[in-house]
Design a protein. Structure first.
Ligand code: AMP
Ligand code: MG
Length: 321
Protein backbone atom coordinates (compact mmCIF):
# COMPACT_ATOMS: atom_id res chain seq x y z
CA UNK A 1 0.00 0.00 0.00
CA UNK A 2 1.59 3.21 -1.01
CA UNK A 3 1.64 6.23 1.23
CA UNK A 4 -0.03 9.43 0.18
CA UNK A 5 0.77 12.74 1.84
CA UNK A 6 -1.19 15.84 0.84
CA UNK A 7 -1.13 19.52 1.69
CA UNK A 8 -2.55 22.83 0.41
CA UNK A 9 -0.47 24.52 -2.29
CA UNK A 10 -1.10 27.32 -4.82
CA UNK A 11 -4.81 27.44 -4.07
CA UNK A 12 -5.20 23.72 -4.68
CA UNK A 13 -4.19 20.39 -3.19
CA UNK A 14 -0.70 18.98 -3.70
CA UNK A 15 0.20 15.39 -2.91
CA UNK A 16 2.93 12.79 -3.25
CA UNK A 17 2.59 9.06 -3.06
CA UNK A 18 5.41 6.57 -2.53
CA UNK A 19 5.86 3.10 -1.02
CA UNK A 20 6.87 4.46 2.40
CA UNK A 21 5.45 7.19 4.57
CA UNK A 22 8.92 8.50 5.46
CA UNK A 23 9.85 8.75 1.80
CA UNK A 24 6.60 10.59 1.05
CA UNK A 25 7.41 13.19 3.70
CA UNK A 26 10.90 13.72 2.28
CA UNK A 27 9.46 13.98 -1.23
CA UNK A 28 6.99 16.57 0.05
CA UNK A 29 9.92 18.70 1.31
CA UNK A 30 11.54 18.59 -2.12
CA UNK A 31 8.25 19.49 -3.84
CA UNK A 32 7.34 22.39 -1.54
CA UNK A 33 10.75 23.99 -2.14
CA UNK A 34 10.18 23.74 -5.90
CA UNK A 35 6.60 25.06 -5.72
CA UNK A 36 7.52 28.01 -3.50
CA UNK A 37 10.15 29.08 -6.01
CA UNK A 38 7.80 28.56 -8.96
CA UNK A 39 4.91 30.43 -7.33
CA UNK A 40 7.10 33.52 -6.98
CA UNK A 41 7.54 33.43 -10.77
CA UNK A 42 4.22 32.31 -12.27
CA UNK A 43 1.51 33.34 -9.82
CA UNK A 44 -1.49 35.15 -11.31
CA UNK A 45 -2.67 36.12 -7.83
CA UNK A 46 0.42 37.52 -6.17
CA UNK A 47 1.18 41.16 -6.88
CA UNK A 48 4.89 40.49 -6.24
CA UNK A 49 5.34 37.59 -8.69
CA UNK A 50 7.63 37.95 -11.67
CA UNK A 51 4.58 37.54 -13.90
CA UNK A 52 2.88 40.51 -12.19
CA UNK A 53 6.03 42.58 -12.67
CA UNK A 54 6.12 41.67 -16.36
CA UNK A 55 2.42 42.54 -16.74
CA UNK A 56 3.25 45.93 -15.26
CA UNK A 57 5.19 46.76 -18.44
CA UNK A 58 2.18 46.19 -20.73
CA UNK A 59 1.60 49.11 -23.05
CA UNK A 60 5.25 50.08 -23.28
CA UNK A 61 7.51 49.27 -26.17
CA UNK A 62 10.26 48.02 -23.84
CA UNK A 63 11.81 44.62 -24.21
CA UNK A 64 10.97 43.04 -20.85
CA UNK A 65 13.66 40.73 -19.51
CA UNK A 66 12.53 37.34 -18.26
CA UNK A 67 14.02 34.75 -15.94
CA UNK A 68 14.93 31.54 -17.80
CA UNK A 69 11.96 29.61 -16.35
CA UNK A 70 9.40 32.31 -17.22
CA UNK A 71 10.94 32.78 -20.67
CA UNK A 72 10.66 29.08 -21.36
CA UNK A 73 7.08 28.69 -20.11
CA UNK A 74 5.86 31.81 -21.94
CA UNK A 75 7.36 30.61 -25.21
CA UNK A 76 5.77 27.22 -24.71
CA UNK A 77 2.36 28.81 -23.91
CA UNK A 78 2.51 31.04 -26.99
CA UNK A 79 3.54 28.10 -29.17
CA UNK A 80 0.37 26.26 -28.08
CA UNK A 81 -1.58 29.47 -28.65
CA UNK A 82 -0.34 29.80 -32.24
CA UNK A 83 -0.82 26.11 -32.89
CA UNK A 84 -4.46 26.28 -31.74
CA UNK A 85 -5.24 29.55 -33.53
CA UNK A 86 -5.73 31.29 -30.19
CA UNK A 87 -8.09 28.69 -28.63
CA UNK A 88 -5.42 28.36 -25.93
CA UNK A 89 -4.66 31.97 -25.08
CA UNK A 90 -2.22 33.00 -22.31
CA UNK A 91 -3.63 36.57 -22.39
CA UNK A 92 -7.05 35.82 -20.94
CA UNK A 93 -6.45 37.67 -17.63
CA UNK A 94 -8.88 40.53 -18.49
CA UNK A 95 -11.44 38.11 -19.94
CA UNK A 96 -11.30 35.95 -16.79
CA UNK A 97 -11.86 39.08 -14.69
CA UNK A 98 -14.82 40.17 -16.86
CA UNK A 99 -16.50 36.87 -15.95
CA UNK A 100 -15.75 37.29 -12.24
CA UNK A 101 -12.71 35.00 -12.01
CA UNK A 102 -9.11 35.70 -10.93
CA UNK A 103 -10.14 37.60 -7.81
CA UNK A 104 -12.49 40.02 -9.63
CA UNK A 105 -15.85 40.96 -8.07
CA UNK A 106 -18.47 38.25 -8.61
CA UNK A 107 -20.78 38.97 -11.53
CA UNK A 108 -24.54 38.47 -11.53
CA UNK A 109 -25.08 39.01 -15.26
CA UNK A 110 -23.07 38.11 -18.36
CA UNK A 111 -20.56 40.82 -19.22
CA UNK A 112 -21.92 43.21 -21.87
CA UNK A 113 -20.77 42.90 -25.46
CA UNK A 114 -18.76 46.10 -24.99
CA UNK A 115 -17.03 44.82 -21.85
CA UNK A 116 -16.19 41.53 -23.54
CA UNK A 117 -14.90 43.24 -26.64
CA UNK A 118 -12.65 45.46 -24.54
CA UNK A 119 -11.32 42.44 -22.64
CA UNK A 120 -10.76 40.51 -25.86
CA UNK A 121 -8.90 43.44 -27.42
CA UNK A 122 -6.45 43.05 -24.54
CA UNK A 123 -6.09 39.34 -25.37
CA UNK A 124 -4.73 39.88 -28.89
CA UNK A 125 -1.91 37.35 -28.81
CA UNK A 126 -0.51 38.33 -32.23
CA UNK A 127 0.69 41.59 -30.62
CA UNK A 128 3.07 39.79 -28.29
CA UNK A 129 6.59 39.17 -29.57
CA UNK A 130 9.79 37.64 -28.29
CA UNK A 131 12.33 39.96 -29.94
CA UNK A 132 15.43 38.56 -28.19
CA UNK A 133 16.25 35.41 -26.24
CA UNK A 134 15.04 36.01 -22.68
CA UNK A 135 12.89 38.99 -23.65
CA UNK A 136 9.23 39.70 -24.45
CA UNK A 137 7.36 42.75 -25.72
CA UNK A 138 3.80 43.50 -24.55
CA UNK A 139 2.85 46.53 -26.60
CA UNK A 140 -0.83 46.76 -25.68
CA UNK A 141 -1.96 48.57 -22.51
CA UNK A 142 -3.99 46.55 -20.04
CA UNK A 143 -2.71 43.23 -21.29
CA UNK A 144 -2.42 40.58 -18.57
CA UNK A 145 -0.69 37.26 -18.96
CA UNK A 146 -2.44 34.33 -17.24
CA UNK A 147 -0.54 31.04 -17.21
CA UNK A 148 -3.20 29.20 -15.17
CA UNK A 149 -3.78 26.71 -17.99
CA UNK A 150 -0.19 25.43 -18.09
CA UNK A 151 1.88 26.58 -15.07
CA UNK A 152 0.95 23.79 -12.65
CA UNK A 153 2.08 21.17 -15.12
CA UNK A 154 5.44 22.86 -15.48
CA UNK A 155 5.77 22.97 -11.66
CA UNK A 156 5.17 19.22 -11.57
CA UNK A 157 7.93 18.68 -14.14
CA UNK A 158 10.28 20.80 -12.00
CA UNK A 159 9.38 18.71 -8.93
CA UNK A 160 9.92 15.54 -10.97
CA UNK A 161 13.41 16.72 -12.00
CA UNK A 162 14.30 17.66 -8.41
CA UNK A 163 13.14 14.28 -7.05
CA UNK A 164 14.96 12.41 -9.79
CA UNK A 165 18.16 14.36 -9.07
CA UNK A 166 17.83 13.51 -5.37
CA UNK A 167 17.62 9.80 -6.33
CA UNK A 168 14.00 9.25 -5.28
CA UNK A 169 12.26 6.22 -6.75
CA UNK A 170 8.63 5.18 -7.14
CA UNK A 171 6.97 8.53 -6.45
CA UNK A 172 3.70 9.84 -7.87
CA UNK A 173 3.55 13.64 -7.90
CA UNK A 174 0.16 15.39 -7.90
CA UNK A 175 -0.49 19.13 -8.03
CA UNK A 176 -4.18 19.87 -8.34
CA UNK A 177 -4.78 16.89 -10.62
CA UNK A 178 -1.58 17.36 -12.61
CA UNK A 179 0.22 14.06 -12.16
CA UNK A 180 3.61 12.68 -13.05
CA UNK A 181 5.01 9.29 -12.13
CA UNK A 182 8.68 8.95 -11.22
CA UNK A 183 8.96 5.28 -12.14
CA UNK A 184 6.14 2.78 -11.70
CA UNK A 185 4.73 2.13 -8.29
CA UNK A 186 6.69 -0.29 -6.15
CA UNK A 187 6.12 -4.02 -5.72
CA UNK A 188 6.59 -4.89 -9.35
CA UNK A 189 3.61 -2.93 -10.65
CA UNK A 190 4.52 -1.08 -13.80
CA UNK A 191 2.18 1.84 -13.27
CA UNK A 192 -0.08 3.83 -10.98
CA UNK A 193 -3.79 3.18 -11.16
CA UNK A 194 -5.26 6.57 -11.95
CA UNK A 195 -8.91 7.55 -11.75
CA UNK A 196 -10.74 9.94 -14.05
CA UNK A 197 -13.29 11.87 -12.03
CA UNK A 198 -16.98 11.69 -12.95
CA UNK A 199 -17.72 15.32 -13.88
CA UNK A 200 -21.41 14.73 -13.15
CA UNK A 201 -20.67 13.64 -9.60
CA UNK A 202 -22.86 10.52 -9.79
CA UNK A 203 -20.21 7.84 -9.28
CA UNK A 204 -16.78 7.87 -7.69
CA UNK A 205 -14.92 7.73 -11.01
CA UNK A 206 -15.73 7.81 -14.73
CA UNK A 207 -12.88 5.49 -15.61
CA UNK A 208 -9.36 4.47 -14.73
CA UNK A 209 -6.06 3.74 -16.44
CA UNK A 210 -2.47 2.91 -15.63
CA UNK A 211 0.00 5.81 -15.56
CA UNK A 212 3.44 4.42 -16.37
CA UNK A 213 6.87 5.54 -15.14
CA UNK A 214 7.81 8.94 -16.60
CA UNK A 215 4.29 9.64 -17.92
CA UNK A 216 2.20 12.63 -16.90
CA UNK A 217 -1.56 13.20 -16.83
CA UNK A 218 -3.76 16.27 -16.47
CA UNK A 219 -7.48 16.90 -16.38
CA UNK A 220 -9.60 19.98 -17.03
CA UNK A 221 -13.22 20.15 -15.98
CA UNK A 222 -16.24 22.39 -15.72
CA UNK A 223 -16.65 21.20 -12.10
CA UNK A 224 -13.41 22.77 -10.82
CA UNK A 225 -14.07 26.49 -10.73
CA UNK A 226 -17.17 28.13 -12.12
CA UNK A 227 -19.53 31.06 -11.69
CA UNK A 228 -23.31 30.79 -11.70
CA UNK A 229 -25.09 33.55 -13.59
CA UNK A 230 -28.89 33.48 -13.54
CA UNK A 231 -28.86 29.75 -12.75
CA UNK A 232 -26.43 28.87 -15.55
CA UNK A 233 -23.04 27.45 -14.63
CA UNK A 234 -20.09 28.96 -16.51
CA UNK A 235 -16.78 27.09 -16.35
CA UNK A 236 -13.42 28.76 -15.77
CA UNK A 237 -12.14 27.67 -19.15
CA UNK A 238 -12.73 30.21 -21.91
CA UNK A 239 -12.56 29.93 -25.64
CA UNK A 240 -9.50 32.09 -26.21
CA UNK A 241 -10.88 33.20 -29.58
CA UNK A 242 -14.25 34.49 -28.33
CA UNK A 243 -13.63 35.25 -24.66
CA UNK A 244 -16.69 33.21 -23.68
CA UNK A 245 -16.75 30.23 -21.30
CA UNK A 246 -16.72 26.91 -23.13
CA UNK A 247 -20.13 25.20 -23.22
CA UNK A 248 -20.89 21.59 -24.07
CA UNK A 249 -17.77 20.02 -22.55
CA UNK A 250 -17.64 18.55 -19.05
CA UNK A 251 -14.06 17.24 -18.80
CA UNK A 252 -10.88 16.29 -20.64
CA UNK A 253 -7.94 14.17 -19.56
CA UNK A 254 -4.58 13.93 -21.33
CA UNK A 255 -1.61 11.62 -20.83
CA UNK A 256 1.65 13.05 -22.17
CA UNK A 257 5.44 12.67 -21.81
CA UNK A 258 5.60 15.80 -19.61
CA UNK A 259 3.17 17.37 -17.15
CA UNK A 260 3.44 20.73 -18.90
CA UNK A 261 2.33 19.24 -22.20
CA UNK A 262 -0.48 17.31 -20.46
CA UNK A 263 -1.67 20.47 -18.67
CA UNK A 264 -1.64 22.72 -21.75
CA UNK A 265 -3.28 20.05 -23.89
CA UNK A 266 -6.05 19.23 -21.40
CA UNK A 267 -7.05 22.89 -21.38
CA UNK A 268 -6.88 23.42 -25.15
CA UNK A 269 -8.65 20.14 -25.94
CA UNK A 270 -11.45 21.19 -23.58
CA UNK A 271 -11.83 24.33 -25.72
CA UNK A 272 -11.46 22.68 -29.13
CA UNK A 273 -13.74 19.70 -28.49
CA UNK A 274 -13.36 16.32 -30.14
CA UNK A 275 -13.05 17.01 -33.85
CA UNK A 276 -10.58 19.92 -33.82
CA UNK A 277 -8.93 18.50 -30.71
CA UNK A 278 -8.12 15.21 -32.43
CA UNK A 279 -6.47 17.14 -35.28
CA UNK A 280 -4.29 19.09 -32.85
CA UNK A 281 -3.46 15.95 -30.87
CA UNK A 282 -2.08 14.35 -34.05
CA UNK A 283 0.83 16.82 -33.80
CA UNK A 284 1.72 15.61 -30.30
CA UNK A 285 3.41 12.22 -30.45
CA UNK A 286 3.18 10.13 -27.33
CA UNK A 287 0.00 11.88 -26.14
CA UNK A 288 -3.48 10.41 -25.68
CA UNK A 289 -6.67 12.15 -24.66
CA UNK A 290 -10.25 11.64 -23.65
CA UNK A 291 -13.26 13.92 -23.71
CA UNK A 292 -16.43 13.76 -21.62
CA UNK A 293 -19.12 15.87 -23.30
CA UNK A 294 -21.53 17.75 -21.04
CA UNK A 295 -24.37 15.29 -21.56
CA UNK A 296 -25.22 14.06 -18.04
CA UNK A 297 -28.16 12.00 -19.31
CA UNK A 298 -25.92 10.09 -21.70
CA UNK A 299 -22.56 9.85 -19.91
CA UNK A 300 -20.01 9.22 -22.66
CA UNK A 301 -16.23 9.05 -22.87
CA UNK A 302 -14.59 9.62 -26.24
CA UNK A 303 -11.11 8.13 -26.49
CA UNK A 304 -8.33 9.11 -28.89
CA UNK A 305 -5.94 6.48 -30.22
CA UNK A 306 -3.26 5.24 -27.86
CA UNK A 307 -5.30 3.99 -24.87
CA UNK A 308 -4.60 0.34 -24.30
CA UNK A 309 -5.61 0.03 -20.69
CA UNK A 310 -8.67 2.22 -20.14
CA UNK A 311 -11.51 0.89 -18.00
CA UNK A 312 -14.73 2.86 -17.97
CA UNK A 313 -17.28 2.84 -15.18
CA UNK A 314 -20.31 0.83 -16.40
CA UNK A 315 -22.37 4.03 -16.28
CA UNK A 316 -20.24 5.53 -19.04
CA UNK A 317 -20.45 4.57 -22.69
CA UNK A 318 -17.11 4.46 -24.51
CA UNK A 319 -16.71 5.84 -28.00
CA UNK A 320 -13.45 5.26 -29.85
CA UNK A 321 -12.43 7.55 -32.65
P1 AMP B 1 -6.80 24.03 -16.41
O1 AMP B 1 -7.47 23.73 -15.12
O2 AMP B 1 -5.39 23.58 -16.52
O3 AMP B 1 -7.61 23.61 -17.60
O4 AMP B 1 -6.66 25.60 -16.51
C1 AMP B 1 -7.72 26.50 -16.36
C2 AMP B 1 -7.14 27.88 -16.14
O5 AMP B 1 -6.47 28.31 -17.33
C3 AMP B 1 -8.17 28.95 -15.88
O6 AMP B 1 -8.45 29.09 -14.50
C4 AMP B 1 -7.51 30.20 -16.46
O7 AMP B 1 -6.58 30.72 -15.56
C5 AMP B 1 -6.75 29.65 -17.64
N1 AMP B 1 -7.51 29.59 -18.90
C6 AMP B 1 -8.86 29.58 -19.09
N2 AMP B 1 -9.17 29.46 -20.39
C7 AMP B 1 -7.99 29.40 -21.05
C8 AMP B 1 -7.63 29.31 -22.43
N3 AMP B 1 -8.53 29.24 -23.41
N4 AMP B 1 -6.31 29.28 -22.74
C9 AMP B 1 -5.36 29.35 -21.77
N5 AMP B 1 -5.63 29.45 -20.46
C10 AMP B 1 -6.92 29.48 -20.11
MG1 MG C 1 -4.35 22.84 -18.14
Amino acid sequence: MSRRVQWPEMGTVAAVQSPQREMSYRAKEVCTAVYTEADAVFSTWRTDSELARVNGYAGTNDVIHLSPSLDRLLRSAFALCRESGGAFNPLLGPVMEAWGFNGADPVTTEPSAATLQAALARAEWRDVTFPVPGGIRLPRAGLKLDLGGIAKGSCVDAAYAALEKAAFRNVLIDLGGNLRALEGSAFGRDGWKTAVRDPFGKVSFAGSFLLRGGEAAASSGNYERFVVIKGVRYAHIMDGRTGRPVRGMAATTVVAPTAEEADGLSTVLFVLGVKDGMALLANHPGCRALWIPDTPDEPTIILSDGWTDFHAHPRFRIKNR
